[in-house]
Design a protein around this ligand. Structure first.
Ligand code: 3PG
Length: 222
C-alpha cells in the first residue's frame, strides 16, 4: 500500500498508530528553513527506505514544505510536528498534511486535532497525561521529551499499569539508544532529528541523508 493510501485508510481514526506503523519504525523529525529543500529531502529519505517525515512547524517553511511533499512525493507520508494550536491544525489540513504530532495535549488543542479527522499522535510525559489520552481513545502516544522524562525505564515501568498503550519516544533518541527503545514491546516506533541533520539539509547533501536513512531503516531488522 502506498503511504498516501495508508493515510487515506486511516482518516478519522484518532490514534494515528495505523499510519505511522505502516511506514516503519523511525520517524524523522525535520526542521526546514527553505521549502525548496522539502522534496529532495523526502526523496532522499525514501531512497534510504524511510517513507515518512514529520515536518515541524517551528520554522516558517514548515507548512509550505508539507504542501510540497504531499503534492509531489506520493510515496512519502508527510505530517506536521510541533503542532501547538487549533489554527495550525486547520492549516496543516489545508496543506494536505497526512498526520499531526503534538508535543503535548492541552484539551483545546487535542479537541481540534481529533476533530480534524487526521491521524493524531499527541505528546505526554507522565502517567496521568497518558491516561487522559487513553480516555480519549488515543492508542499511540508521543513520549516526549523521552530521555529527560525517564527514557526506556519509564516506558518499561508503565507496561504493566497501562497495557494496550503504545509509545513513539522522541527527544534525545538517536543511533546510540534507538534499539533499546525499539526492543520494548510497547514501543513500535521512535522519532528524532538525527536522520536529517540541519547541516546536511542546508548544504543539500542528499546522499548522506540517504545513508543515514538506510542505517535507521536497518534498526527494524537488527
Ligand atoms: C521532537 O520534536 O520530537 C524533538 O524535538 C526531537 O528531538 P531530538 O532533536 O532530540 O531528536
Amino acid at each position: 500500500m502506498s503511504a498516501a493510501a495508508a493515510a487515506g485508510a486511516g482518516a478519522g481514526v484518532p490514534d494515528g498508530e495505523h499510519v505511522l506503523l505502516s511506514v516503519g519504525p523511525v520517524v524523522p523529525v525535520v526542521v526546514l528553513d527553505d521549502v525548496e529543500h522539502a522534496v529532495p529531502l523526502a526523496r532522499a529519505l525514501a531512497a534510504g527506505g524511510i517513507r515518512v517525515m514529520e515536518v515541524t512547524l517551528r520554522t516558517p517553511a514548515g507548512l509550505g514544505s508539507i504542501e510540497r511533499v504531499a503534492a509531489e512525493v506520493p510515496d512519502v507520508l508527510v505530517g506536521a510536528g510541533s503542532v501547538a494550536s487549533g489554527e495550525q491544525v486547520a492549516a496543516v489540513s489545508r496543506a494536505g498534511g497526512q498526520f499531526l504530532v503534538l508535543p503535548g495535549a492541552p484539551p483545546s488543542l487535542l479537541d481540534a486535532a481529533l476533530d480534524s479527522g487526521l491521524p493524531v499522535v499527541p505528546g505526554a510525559a507522565t502517567v496521568t497525561e497518558v491516561m487522559v489520552l487513553a480516555e480519549r481513545g488515543v492508542a499511540l502516544v508521543k513520549f516526549f521529551p523521552a530521555e529527560p522524562s525517564g527514557g526506556t525505564r519509564f516506558l518499561d515501568a508503565v507496561r504493566g499499569p497501562l497495557p494496550g498503550l503504545r509509545f513513539c519516544p522522541t527527544g534525545g533518541v538517536g543511533p546510540a539508544n534507538a534499539r533499546d527503545y525499539l526492543a520494548l514491546p510497547n514501543v513500535p516506533c521512535v522519532g528524532g532529528s538525527w536522520v536529517t541533520p540541519p547541516e546536511l539539509v542546508r548544504s543539500g547533501q542528499w546522499d548522506r541523508v540517504t545513508e543515514l536513512a538506510a542505517q535507521a531503516s536497518a534498526l527494524a531488522t537488527d
